[in-house]
Structures are given as C-alpha cells and as structure tokens.
Design a protein around this ligand. Structure first.
Ligand SMILES: [Zn+2]
Ligand SMILES: [Zn+2]
Length: 272
C-alpha cells in the first residue's frame, strides 16, 4: 500500500484532545504514515463554551520545536516528517484577528473550517431546532461562502460537509438537495486556488463516506479542481489511521492520481 501523508491531526493543545503530541507522532510512525501535519484547533469566539478552543500558539510551537529538528522527528529506530499547522474555525467577523495571527507565525499549513454558524455549533441540537434539517444544512453551506468571501488566507477548506455528521436526518438527504450550493463553494475554492480537504474522520462517526462525500469530490474534479489534501482529523492515537486503508482507491475512483501537502504554505504534489 502507498504510504500517505496525514495532514489533519490534533493534540492536547486542542480543547477537545488530551493526546500528547509525542504519542500522536509515535502512532503515526506505527501506522506507516509518510508524514504528518499537526493542526491544532483555534476557534476564537466559540460561543457554546467560551475559551475552550483558544490555542496557546507559543506553547504549541515550543512543544513542536522540542520534538522535531528541521521538521523531522526521530526516535531510536525510526523517523518521520512532522509539519506544523493550524485549524482555524472561520467566522466572518474574525478576519482581522485571523490575519494578525496567521501573519505572525510560520505555519506550514492552514486549514479553514466551519465549526460555528450564527454563533452555534451544529454539533448541538440548538442549531437544528432553529433551522430544521434542510434549512440547517443549507445555512451551513451558505455560511461557508460568507467565510471564504470574508477571509481566504488559508490553504484548504476542512471537512466541507461536516454539518451532516451530527444529524441523522441530514444524512438521509440526497446530494441533489444541496448540490447547487456545494458547487458554488467548489467554484469559489477553485478560483481562489484553495484545496479541498478530504477528511476521513467521518468514519469514526459511522459514516460510510469521507467529508466531503464522494459525489462532492467527483464534482470538484469535474469542475477542474486539482488541489486536494488528506487527513484523518485524529484526536487520539487510535484514530490516526482511520479510513486510510480505503483512501487511495477511493480518490483514484474520483479521478485523482495525486494529492498535496503544504509546507511553508506552498503545495507539494504527492502520488496516490
Ligand atoms: Zn474541524
Ligand atoms: Zn480537526
């Protein structure tokens, strides 16, 4: 099996992980990853639980520097490339704060993600109570357009249809119910030269497709999209390789023969 990179991974610096950075790296060696990118959460103004996803970026960097030399981690018998990134929880009003942060640190890779819409996280029922199932899914996608239009200094959009993970009824909608708005987002990503992230974390929630779904990945390819990134969104060691055994085949079936890894914010092509 081709060794693949894993460019979406959390450690104890994220408010929802208690996995030591070294454990995540060691597990990535065990799981035969080609290399990894750490992408701890920064969600400023996380209204549901204020401060939970604030990130101490300096401490996060210090820990990374203590474990790696020139982007490489070594133990007695093995080594692996480890890059340093961040997952930014986008909201339109945060553009200026985000720019200040992103321009102050040497991140290799920046994922832009939607975790909150209109001050709510679709992980919690309040969001669905307000918008209903169809309305909630659609509002999530229109807010992605608002996010990209407000701020685009990121490299890839993370788990594009994440909203579906948390609502069983939303999983029963068909692709046709929101294909128009998804295609609008894909078009925006392509014209802004942003990558589409293929996130295999969905499999840990029992879903049978990554985020975004296979039809979205195919549409992106058909529309001329080439830049894809891959990651498992692991929050603990046992999740590092989730979905990885099927990823290469799945992406080839969607029309890709390569994916990209960002280093110093520049994309490098890797074969599937
Ligand atoms: Zn995320
Ligand atoms: Zn994540």
């Amino acid at each position: 099996m081709t060794k693949l990179w894993n460019t979406h991974m959390h450690t104890s610096f994220s408010g929802d992980s208690d996995a030591p950075m070294q454990d995540m790296i060691e597990q990535s060696i065990t799981d035969n990853m080609c290399g990894i990118t750490l992408t701890d959460h920064l969600d400023i103004d996380y209204y549901h639980n204020p401060g939970r996803f604030d990130l101490d970026i300096d401490e996060y960097r210090k820990c990374y520097d203590s474990l790696t030399v020139n982007g490489r981690y070594d133990n007695d018998t093995s080594s692996i490339d480890v890059l340093w990134g961040i997952e930014l929880g986008l909201q339109p009003h945060l553009s200026e704060k985000h720019e200040e942060i992103i321009s102050s640190y040497n991140f290799d890779y920046v994922i832009g993600s939607s975790h909150q819409v209109d001050k709510m996280d679709p992980y919690y029922p309040a969001y669905w109570d307000k918008y209903g199932v169809k309305g909630g899914v659609r509002r999530y996608f229109t807010s992605i357009i608002e996010n990209i239009e407000a701020y685009n200094n990121f490299d890839a959009y993370g788990h594009l249809d994440y909203v579906i993970r948390y609502n069983d009824d939303a999983q029963k909608l068909t692709y046709g119910d929101y294909k128009d708005i998804i295609n609008e987002i894909l078009h925006l990503l392509i014209t802004n030269e942003k990558a589409l992230e293929i996130n295999t974390g969905a499999y840990k929630f029992g879903l049978h497709e990554p985020n975004p779904c296979i039809q979205t990945i195919k549409d992106y390819r058909k529309m001329g999209g080439k830049l894809i990134t891959i990651g498992s969104d692991a929050h603990k060691p046992s999740q590092v390789n989730i979905g990885y055994n099927r990823l290469s085949k799945l992406l080839k079936e969607c029309g890709f023969d390569s994916y990209y890894v960002y280093k110093n914010r520049r994309p490098f092509e890797c074969m599937l």
